[in-house]
Design a protein around this ligand. Structure first.
Ligand SMILES: [Zn+2]
Length: 97
């Protein structure tokens, strides 16, 4: 029976490609295009908040990536939220230079 199906078309019907809806992406688009605020606490609200330009003076600089190059005396970093340059102090905490 298996051979029969193999020979005479047990091919599964092709699944039509359906674009999957990403609710977070939709919420971000709603915010950007229509000004609709996403529900607080949802991933979409976080995405919208992160997409806003951040004032370096008010940014907590919590998401710092290290960008130290060879020969630099201190580890240097870059805040991924506001783009501020950061320098590690003696205890390893990121500080604004
Ligand atoms: Zn920052």
């Amino acid at each position: 029976m298996t051979l029969f199906y193999r020979l005479f078309g047990a091919r599964r019907p092709e699944q039509p490609h359906r674009p999957t809806a990403d609710p977070d992406r939709i919420a971000v688009l709603e915010h950007d295009l229509l000004g609709i605020q996403p529900e607080p606490g949802t991933p979409a609200a976080r995405v919208v908040a992160l997409a806003k330009p951040v004032d370096p003076a008010r940014c907590p600089h919590e998401d710092v990536v290290e960008v130290t190059e060879l020969g630099q005396a201190r580890p240097t970093g870059l805040c991924t939220r506001c783009g501020a340059d950061m320098v590690a102090d003696d205890s390893g905490d990121w500080q604004r230079p």
